[in-house]
Design a protein around this ligand. Structure first.
Ligand code: PLP
Length: 389
């Protein structure tokens, strides 16, 4: 029943490579997730007090992401990052936050500064409505720039409450953090008493079962999760070291709450999704499907004589009208963005739904089988040769 398609209002079918911007790793309408939500529906929608399933979900997250010793559920990725920052500030007694250009961490004021995703598509990296008094506490650095990072810590290291980073960025197209960059982040944060927050709202359960932190072998102090953990329903989480989490209310002085956090329907969808992801070879299969797509697209583009490259990690991919994979936002901006627009529209007309911006990553689900990917590649061959004319 589960599928990689959706239909528009005119009944036209699309192969979906956005998957609700990441959550739909099992495709649309996975039978087990649907059954879990249907069962939960019959028991009541929301109680405002923890349910057993919420506790089971928390235990599952702590088991799968070992850096998370304690976790709190919230309803969106924005709430997760916003609450993690407040906790980091409350824990360290410091105000300054470091983020990286092109990383998007949701729409909390402190984080809407040189952010990626939709803001970049509108050519406006910093949102209107963010007071200068808030923005001044956020320092924005270049992703993967080791020299700039160490200089910043040398000059203001003792002011920094936290560094928040997408370890594999997916909001400026797909851009991997280099292992050296992430290792240096870990070391500098430890040396200077700042907290390292991995925003794995997108990469969590997407690039590997244990997220990017498992792939790199780096332990953040706090992690933010979302998207996949709600299985398409509004659920997200933040968590990490127990001694830090102890500063959250009601035990500690850092306030955080949410009427619908841990909502039974969202938890049912999330828990059923997390169980499905633990099937043997799930991630090998997902990765093979993504690799088939990116290799096929690269070949089709090169056959048409286009400058084009791709990258992928697990079920997440990047497409670049550039000779090489980018390492930071400036490099993504230097790719041939003029080629992206006709590519997107040709593919859409052919029934393939990629993200409508060169600053977004794409997502493959476990339902994108060979037939689906081959249909995508056939559309891509026609598209690339049309672009060359
Ligand atoms: N962090 C990252 C890395 C994201 O990709 C997103 C959303 O795209 C968010 C945070 C915000 O999540 P939400 O849209 O659920 O508020």
């Amino acid at each position: 029943m589960s599928r990689p398609h959706f239909w528009d209002a005119d009944g036209k079918r699309y192969i979906d490579y956005i998957g609700s911007w990441g959550p739909m790793i099992l495709g649309h309408l996975d039978a087990q997730v649907l059954a879990a939500v249907q069962t939960a529906l019959t028991r009541g929608f929301s109680f405002g007090t923890p349910t057993e399933a919420e506790i089971e979900m928390a235990e599952e997250i702590c088991k799968l992401v070992p850096s998370i010793e304690q976790v709190r559920l919230v309803s969106s990725g924005t709430e997760a990052t916003m609450s993690a920052l407040r906790l980091a500030r409350g824990f360290t007694g410091r105000h300054r936050i470091i983020k990286f250009a092109g990383c998007y961490h949701g729409h909390a004021d402190s984080l809407l500064i040189k952010a990626g995703s939709g803001l970049l598509s509108f050519g406006q990296p910093t949102s209107a409505g963010v007071p200068e008094a808030i923005a001044q506490h956020t320092t924005v650095l270049e992703y993967n720039n080791l020299a700039q990072l160490s200089e910043t810590f040398a000059s203001i290291g003792e002011e920094i409450a936290a560094v928040i980073v997408e370890p594999i960025a997916g909001n400026m197209n797909l851009v991997r953090g280099t292992p050296e960059f992430l290792r240096m982040l870990r070391e500098l944060c430890t040396q200077h008493g700042a907290l390292l927050i991995f925003d794995e709202v997108m990469s969590g359960f997407r690039v590997a079962l244990g997220g990017a932190q498992a792939l790199y072998g780096i332990t953040p102090d706090l992690s933010c999760l979302g998207k996949i953990i709600g299985g398409g329903m509004p659920a997200a989480a933040f968590g990490g070291r127990r001694d830090i989490m102890a500063h959250l209310a009601p035990l500690g002085a850092v306030y955080q709450a949410g009427t619908l956090a841990g909502n039974p329907l969202a938890v049912a969808a999330g828990l059923a999704t997390l169980k499905r992801l633990q099937a043997p070879n799930f991630y090998d299969q997902l990765e093979a499907r993504t690799a088939r797509l990116t290799a096929g697209l690269t070949q089709a583009a090169h056959e048409a004589g286009m400058t084009f490259s791709t990258d992928h990690v697990g079920g997440m991919f990047g497409l670049y009208f550039a000779a090489h994979r980018p390492t930071c936002l400036a490099e993504v901006s230097r790719s041939n963005l003029d080629n992206f627009k006709p590519f997107f529209h040709h593919m859409l007309a052919a029934g393939v739904y990629f993200a409508p911006s060169a600053y977004e990553a794409g997502f493959v689900s476990i339902t994108h089988d060979d037939t689906v990917i081959d249909a995508t590649l056939a559309a891509a061959r026609m598209t690339f040769s049309a672009l060359q004319r």
